[in-house]
Design a protein around this ligand. Structure first.
Ligand SMILES: C[S@@+](CC[C@H](N)C(=O)[O-])C[C@H]1O[C@@H](n2cnc3c(N)ncnc32)[C@H](O)[C@@H]1O
Length: 236
């Protein structure tokens, strides 16, 4: 038997073992394809959580941090009748004060402006509300209560903790608080914020769950994972 270490064919006959390309992935089409696949996975995971939770009811949903509106796209695709109302909150700032400066927005405020207009048109088309505000300003001014609140905005420590607390307050009894990016090594402050929040708020919940999502960032050598974590607010 040939020694696998010396056997060149071994590399080609074991694609499940050698499942990464040797070259850094800079092919634009492949990067776009990976992006589309991650977006589709995210739509499926979010829709599955929300539709299972709703259990046939029509519900009011709030999403903090909207970007392209991918979560709404998923729900419209998988189960539009679940949506009673859908509200998105995102400031689309785009300048150096924006936590996504030089990541989502390549240092041009016009990119954030254009994305806002595209997402706004999509929301309008489906009777959803897109509010161009920072979450803290939105929560301060809003009196509405929701069945589902999704936290996926500013991923720094204090803003994430504040969003989790305010999201919990804006939930009806029995409502579902959903947080993206727990355990994502690119956003470690979200993980810290979730741990702190769970320590202080665990008495407020009667059930929780999680879903992992794999993704690969452009130009990075291997996929990593994030966890969507969610809690049901006690009915008391
Ligand atoms: C990770 S993306 C959201 C992705 C979206 N939830 C999805 O699943 O497709 C983060 C978004 O948060 C927005 N954002 C940044 N600061 C924010 C804040 N203070 N309040 C609300 N959204 C914020 C950014 O403009 C960006 O569009």
């Amino acid at each position: 038997m040939a020694d696998p270490v010396d056997d060149v064919d071994h590399v080609f006959t074991k694609p499940e073992l050698f499942n990464l390309p040797l070259q850094k992935n800079e092919d634009r089409r492949k990067v776009d394809e990976d992006r589309r696949k991650v977006d589709e996975d995210r739509r499926r995971v979010y829709s599955d959580i929300i539709v299972q939770y709703a259990n046939g009811r029509q519900i009011d949903i709030l999403e903090i941090g909207v970007y392209t509106g991918n979560v709404l796209k998923g729900l419209l695709n998988y189960s539009p009748s679940t949506i009673k109302t859908y509200t998105g909150v995102d400031p689309y700032i785009g300048d150096e004060t924006d936590p996504y400066f030089r990541s989502y927005w390549k240092s041009q405020t016009s990119e954030a402006e254009q994305q806002y207009k595209r997402t706004r048109a999509f929301f309008r088309q489906h009777n959803a509300a897109l509010i161009r505000k920072k979450s803290e300003d939105f929560f301060e001014a809003s009196q509405y209560m929701y069945d589902v609140v999704i936290i996926d905005g500013d991923h720094r420590l204090q803003p994430t903790i504040k969003d989790l607390r305010a999201g919990l307050n804006a939930l009806r009894p029995g409502g579902l608080l959903v947080c993206d990016d727990y355990g994502n090594s690119d956003t470690p402050e979200v993980t810290r914020a979730v741990c702190k929040f769970v320590d202080e708020a665990s008495e407020s919940f009667d059930a929780s769950g999680y879903r992992p999502i794999w993704f690969v960032n452009a130009g990075k050598p291997a996929p990593i994972q994030l966890t969507v974590i969610y809690w049901r607010k006690k009915v008391d």
